[in-house]
Design a protein. Structure first.
Length: 416
């Protein structure tokens, strides 16, 4: 797909007023909301204030239903397979809660997975006695599908869980190949797509996953506090439902009987912030239009240019591994902590974020760093803002250092 025109980029920036005040390189944390999203939030909050919360939800019922339709169009799934939840971590939790794990069950994951997902698995290991087995990486980085296939042969393997893009890297993992390995053994497959939805095109059928978790606030540019879980037809057909249902997810049919909802609503809870739901729908609609104009091509291209420019800075080490990279650039710098850089850049009108070792213990230890700076552009950012970022880093970085953010690299342990 071709790069969007200058006029298109100008329109995106006009519809994102904050771009006149700041260079926002923190879309992997929370993207700047465009005007249609902000308008959707305000209109519904105003309506709630005017007529009441329940009454406002009833008045906007058609628009609320439309949110499921547009989310489905965004990822290639029908509306009945979309559940709206609070965030991607809740989506992952709801998916995990469909499996009745018993001691000795095996979950396969990657060495570059998201901290919250790993904490959930480790908690299951402690409380339910499951085994967490991590597939090996390819030499260039990223999960090795052949290793997944090998681990999937374990007779107690139940689930494969992979982050499409980890929070601390521009790495794009080969979720389609991993999905094929999971499908070959009939395993449930859960993909955390929170850093991908809104950044890259998504086709649920091509991935072959049973669950896709996503959030609204990142590259999708929606409000905070809202996300969604997409489920496969197989999940619905076999009656999978989370352990803790409420009255939205099921019907109490008798004193000791219940029926889960027939569609993905079984993964939802009754209470919603409906302003956020409508904002999420507006964000998904905006993302579809942006992709039609080459939004993902622009975001990834700008990140690639940033990766090259940052690598040339004194004491810089770009941390991104893998065959394919997205719109996240990560780096460590000699002699200065990344949190210090975030503060100094913010004082200069540039938003970035930092991450500690605890965000991705295995991946960070493999890279021999204790913290890193994350720079994540989107399609509304510009090359002038890239120049501004590089110039500011050049000004801030020490001329020499002794590797204050690094530890000696550790060899990757064997998989499993």
């Amino acid at each position: 797909m071709n790069e969007p025109s200058t006029d298109t980029v100008a329109r995106w920036r006009t519809e994102t007023p904050a771009t006149t005040q700041r260079a926002h390189w923190n879309n992997a944390g929370a993207g700047l909301m465009p005007a249609p999203v902000v308008s959707a939030l305000h209109r519904h909050l105003d309506l709630e204030a005017a007529i009441g919360g329940y009454e406002a939800a009833d008045a906007r019922a058609t628009e609320i239903r439309a949110t499921y339709d547009v989310l489905g169009r965004l990822i290639g799934a029908p509306a009945n397979r979309i559940a709206i939840v609070e965030n991607a971590a809740v989506a992952v939790s709801q998916a995990l809660a469909t499996i009745d794990f018993v001691p000795g069950d095996v979950v396969i994951t990657s060495r570059a997975d998201y901290v919250s997902n790993q904490l959930m698995l480790l908690s299951l290991a402690r409380r339910r006695g499951i085994e967490v087995r991590r597939a090996a990486d390819l030499p260039e980085g990223g999960i090795d599908p052949d290793s997944v296939a090998d681990l999937a042969r374990h007779p107690r393997a139940r689930l494969v869980l992979v982050s499409w893009m980890p929070t601390n890297s521009g790495l794009i993992q080969d979720v389609e190949a991993v999905g094929a390995a999971a499908a070959a053994r009939g395993l449930t497959y859960l993909v955390d797509g929170c850093q991908v939805v809104g950044q890259l095109p998504v086709d649920l059928a091509r991935i072959g996953c049973d669950f896709l978790a996503a959030t609204g606030r990142k590259f999708l540019r929606g409000p905070r506090g809202i996300g969604f879980l997409a489920v496969s037809e197989r999940v619905l057909a076999r009656g999978d439902c989370p352990l803790h249902l409420d009255l939205r997810g099921g019907d109490w049919t008798g004193p000791d009987a219940f029926e889960p909802a027939r569609d993905a609503r079984r993964f939802e809870n009754w209470e919603f912030g409906y302003a956020q739901v409508l904002g999420l729908g507006a964000a998904a609609e905006y993302a579809l239009q942006a992709e039609a104009y080459g939004g993902s091509t622009r975001a990834v291209g700008l990140a690639g240019r940033a990766r090259v420019a940052v690598a040339q800075l004194p004491g810089a080490r770009v941390l991104d591994r893998g065959r394919h990279h997205g719109a996240i650039v990560t780096a460590a710098f000699d002699g200065i902590e990344s949190a210090t850089l975030v503060t100094a850049l913010r004082e200069r009108g540039i938003n970035t974020s930092s991450f500690p070792r605890g965000a991705a213990v295995i991946d960070m230890d493999d890279k021999g760093v204790t913290n890193g700076l994350r720079m994540s552009p989107h399609y509304y950012n510009t090359d002038d803002e890239l120049d501004q970022l590089v110039s500011a880093l050049t000004e801030i970085l020490p001329r020499s250092g002794t590797g204050g953010s690094r530890t000696p690299p550790r060899p990757a342990p064997a998989s499993g």
